[in-house]
Structure formats: C-alpha cells, structure tokens
Design a binder for this molecule. Sequence first.
Ligand SMILES: [Zn+2]
Length: 410
Amino acid sequence: MTNLSPRARLATALLRTAATLSRVSGRGDGSVIGGRVGLKVEPRLLALLSENRQVALISGTNGKTTTTRFTAAALSALGPVATNSFGANMPTGHTTALAKAPEASNAILEVDEHYLAQLLVEARPRVVALLNLSRDQLDRAMEVGMLAEKWRTALTAHPDIHVIANADDPMVTWAAQAVPRVTWVAGGQRWQEDSWACPECGKRLDRYGEYWRCTNCGLTRPSPQWSVDGDQVVDPTGQRATLSLQLPGQVNRNNAATALAIAAEFGVPLTEAVPQLSKVRSVAGRYAVVRRDGRRARLLLAKNPAGWLEAFDMLDPGCPVTLCLNAREVDGYDTSWIYDVDFSPVLGRQVLVTGDRRFDLAVRLQVNGIDFTVVDNFAAALRTAPEGNVEVIANYTAFQDIRSEFDRVN
Ligand SMILES: [Zn+2]
C-alpha cells in the first residue's frame, strides 16, 4: 500500500468515505458503493491493491461464502486477512475488502462465478479454489457447461496458479485441469443433475458410488489429496484431524476441507487451522437461530436445487420444518426447478409451507407424497409449530425477509 500512486491513494480514501457514508445511512455495509466510487477514480484500483499480497480466490455455485469465512479464520493465525466477509463477491466488493485492510499481506476473496476470469487478471491470485458448478437462479444464469468452459479458458492463460478443486464435480474437474498444479479435494457430491454429461465430449458419465468416469473420452475423477471421512479431514500425508464445527451438515465439512487445503498452501499447519474453524458460528445470518414464543428456529439458506439437497442433509431428525419459497428477481421468477429436487427427506416430519410461492411448493410436495400445512407467512408458521426446535429452509429473498423481521430483535 505504501507505494500507491497519488491517484490510487485518493481513490482509496474516497472509497472508504463512500462506504462509511453508505453504512451510516443504513444502506448495507457500503462495500459495493465504496468499490464503485474507488474504481471510478482509479479503474486499476483492484489490481493496484492486490500488489504485494498473497491472494486466494474462492468460487463456485454453493458454499463460497462459508468456505471464505473458514479460510480467513484459518489464516488469521498468520496475521490480518483482507476478506469480503459480507458476500460482496464482485470486483466492487473485492476492491473495498482490499482497501479496508491495507496492512493485510494475505487476502481471501469470495468470487462470483461469472467474475473469476476478471479476478485472475486483476488480483493475480496465488491460489484459486473451485468448489462446484450447478445451476443457480434459472432465468439469469449462464448454462453450467458454458461457465465451466469460461473457467477453463481463463485458467489456461494462468498456468502458474495453484488450483484447489473439487474432484467430485466433473465440471469443476474439467475446468481445473487447465493448469498443471491442482490439489484435489473430495467430500462427496449430493447434487449430480447438472453433471451427467461429460464436459469434454458430451457423452454420458458413469458413476459408481463417488467414482465417476466418461466411457467415451476417459475423463475420470482424479484421486483426491484431501478428503472427508465422517467428521474427520484427511490431508495429503494421511494425517487426520477431527472437525468440531458449529456449522451443520456434510457440505460444511467439505467446505472446511477446502479451507484447510488453502490454509496449508499458505503455510498454516492442519493442527493450527482446525481449531480456528470451530469458531465460525454463522455466516451472514445463515444458521442463525431466531426465538419467539418458545420456538427456536434455525435458518438455513437454500438458493438453488443443490442448496436444497444440502439443507435437507442438515435437518435435525424429527424436527418440524418450515419451507419458504419466494420467486422475486434475485431468486429467479421460474420455480419449475422444484420438480428437480427430491423432497422425500422431509417425509414423516411436520412440514409447514410458506413464502410468496407457497402454493407452487405445496403442489410439488403433493406430487412427492408429503403431508404439509400451508400457512400465510413465517410468523404463522412459528405459531403453528409446537414449542421447541423448528428448522427453516428458505430461498434468498424469503431468508432475507425472515432475517429483517426476526433476526434483528434477537
Ligand atoms: Zn468424455
């Protein structure tokens, strides 16, 4: 930071002022507006602020915010870390994250899948972690295959980057193979509907348990250096460490394994990194608990089909569950994807259904043979559930609505 040009320094100062003003006026944390101002004044600001730092980027459809939090926690052992911890995962957010932590020699940045190519050029990362690729909000996302191709092309131009990639995801594997040095991580892939065709040749992939292979061109699941075995992580030397995470589910153990692989690349030993992960409680309100009238509701965010399957895996056995579905702009207006999700994991529980599109969800559950009760809103769902624990799975705007109404008062 000390050798920034006068223009870059001015841009940084204005960025901070704009972010602060936005924050005090109650419009979010100011990351986006701050970055926008800074980049207006100095378009190369992201690149300039990335200089002389060790940068790791984390991208994928699901889990990037949590993995970023885990990684930043693990790296805190080495000193301050620049990170976009509020999930502002586009270049404006990255610029702000770097500007706010001038003293941090390490930066861990969550990157929206569509911006990875740009970040490879501007942030010049040492490490890039690729988590998974599945369809997101249907009516705005690029095809999964096109995104994998975009990643692969971008990585081909940066062969010196060390990629840490999910061996269970064929799309990610294919993209990651563009660079010579890849560390493979495996924890299992629940959602496989977006990767049944080989990304290389388009023929069908064969799967045997966790193993997958293309029968035509031979693209094969790489053997992982890092893996998850129950609640343990196994590193490339075979050393095991038990995870005691506060975040639920197999998917978060997988996210932890990726974070540990990144931390190892930055020189943090497994035994030092693991205890740091246990300190992460909730990520941007996800897994937060709201209490009202004797009910204790845990909030799980599920933005897309893969996310719903992961959320089912986190449910406490026997606990009532409230499913909240909206279809506003950021959710995607088309809810037909709910027919691609198997809701049978909620069978046998009390199921409450709410959100703007509760009737779409009700029809889907009916088809799936699941008993449910439709209620008008989340407050009514809480009143309907018995006292005690309630699990809540909500998509993006439904989740935000619940948080703005309930999470603030707790
Ligand atoms: Zn193939």
